[in-house]
Ligand binder design. Structure first.
Ligand code: ADP
Ligand code: MG
Length: 390
């Protein structure tokens, strides 16, 4: 089956399941992808630059508006059963489980003055959960795209980015920035999304790995270290302290050339945290220039430098991520780095097609030798952003 017919079959099966569950056909089906971050880690909350892309794995939501305020939600994932809520009585805090993502979006829309009636929703997603590919934002972006159209709210992409951020921060309770939903809402086939997190300015940058004889492998280590939340909070605190001592609004305003002077003003630990952010912002811009001028085969050393900076200066890697990156590099990847918040999750490895199998085998073998859980390894390509598909 080619990709189009497979997608059609998936959508058809979802519509059938919707009808069987809710007793009528959906008003439409909206899809939004997960994302992988090519480069630019922890730069988002420092008002800096990131370069993610929307991946070819996405959440699809079939939705039918109702005439009352009841919301009924079902996911094809797991056996969590049908959940019910009242659109007129949503408050942040008590909602548990996956439904906090769609309900958070409804709540954020209401906070923005959009009247959202009840609806029935069936979610079907192939974005892996908790692998650092933002399965949660895929859901939120599919839901906000659906509700924006169905309610006639007429929100701009910028507004949808802010509202999904508000949903994650204030309703779900996750202190995330704007990278994930920007990639999911604004992604385009064959392109990475160069995002300025200060003003949401976006440029699409060609990333055609396949045309350059490369694949981008994602290595999901399947680990999530328990200190991830505390580690994230303390990195944010260090960045805020660094910006305060250096007298700038955010670390985005510090240039690589300012680092010498900064080293005399900051304590040793804060300086290393600051140096990661400042050099990472620079690497994102270099990656964009390199992709435009020379193509993906030339960004390998930037990916490697990014990983070293996260491992040594920002200290957010872990043995499993280092093993994945080092093994991929040693067996043919032209560049590799951990991606996402750190302390577990996934690494990416830009790999010549001819070496793909060798890299996969070597990483699986190295994890087995080290007595670690077998990692999940798959390729991702830049795909379309959120859209109506039926
Ligand atoms: P990430 O966004 O990096 O994948 P998160 O912890 O932010 O990790 O989001 C994962 C959560 O999203 C899951 O615990 C689950 O609640 C929800 N989720 C993701 N995909 C699905 C799905 N297909 N069905 C139900 N819930 C899902
Ligand atoms: Mg998430």
């Amino acid at each position: 089956m080619n990709t189009t017919t497979r997608a059609d079959a998936q959508t058809g099966a979802q519509a059938d399941r919707f009808k069987a569950t809710f007793g009528a056909a959906p008003h439409g089906v909206w899809a939004a992808p997960g994302r992988v971050n090519l480069i630019g880690e922890h730069t988002d909350y420092n008002e800096g630059f990131v370069l993610p892309f929307a991946i070819d794995k996405r959440a699809r939501t079939a939705v039918r508006l109702r005439s009352d305020s009841t919301i009924r939600l079902l996911s094809t994932f797991g056996d969590q059963g049908l959940a019910e809520a009242d659109a007129a009585a949503l408050t942040p805090g008590p909602v548990k489980g996956w439904v906090k993502y769609p309900l958070g979006v409804v709540w954020a829309l209401q906070q923005h003055g959009v009247e959202v009636p009840g609806f029935d929703l069936l979610l079907d997603s192939d974005v892996p959960l908790g692998a650092g590919l933002s399965s949660s934002h895929a859901i939120e972006c599919a839901v906000i795209t659906a509700l924006n159209e169905l309610t006639g709210a007429g929100l701009s992409v910028e507004e949808m980015v802010r509202l999904t951020q508000h949903a994650e921060n204030a309703f779900v309770g996750a202190p995330t920035g704007i990278m994930d939903q920007s990639a999911s809402l604004r992604g385009a086939r064959g392109h990475a999304v160069f995002l300025d997190c200060r003003d949401q300015a976006v440029e699409l940058v060609p990333f055609e790995a396949q045309e350059a004889g490369l694949v981008l492998l994602v290595i999901d280590t399947k680990v999530s270290h328990s200190h991830a939340d505390g580690g994230y909070a303390s990195r944010r605190a260090s960045c805020e302290l660094g910006a305060q001592v250096l007298g700038v609004k955010a670390l985005r305003d510090v240039a690589v050339a300012d680092l010498d002077e900064a080293s005399g003003l900051l304590d040793e630990l804060t300086f290393r945290r600051v140096r990661h952010i400042v050099t990472e912002n620079d690497r994102v811009r270099q990656a964009v220039d390199t992709l435009r001028a020379q193509g993906p085969a030339h960004i390998g050393s930037l990916l490697d430098a990014s990983h070293a900076s996260m491992r040594d200066d920002f200290e957010i890697s872990c043995p499993e991520l280092d093993l994945a990156v080092d093994t991929a590099r040693a067996h043919g990847a032209i560049g590799a780095r951990m991606t996402g918040g750190g302390f577990g999750g996934s690494a990416i490895a830009l790999t010549p097609v001819a070496q793909e199998q060798q890299v996969r085998d070597a990483v699986v073998h190295a994890f087995a030798e080290a007595g670690l859980t077998r990692p999940d390894i798959f390729t991702v390509t830049p795909a379309a952003g959120a859209e109506r598909i039926s």
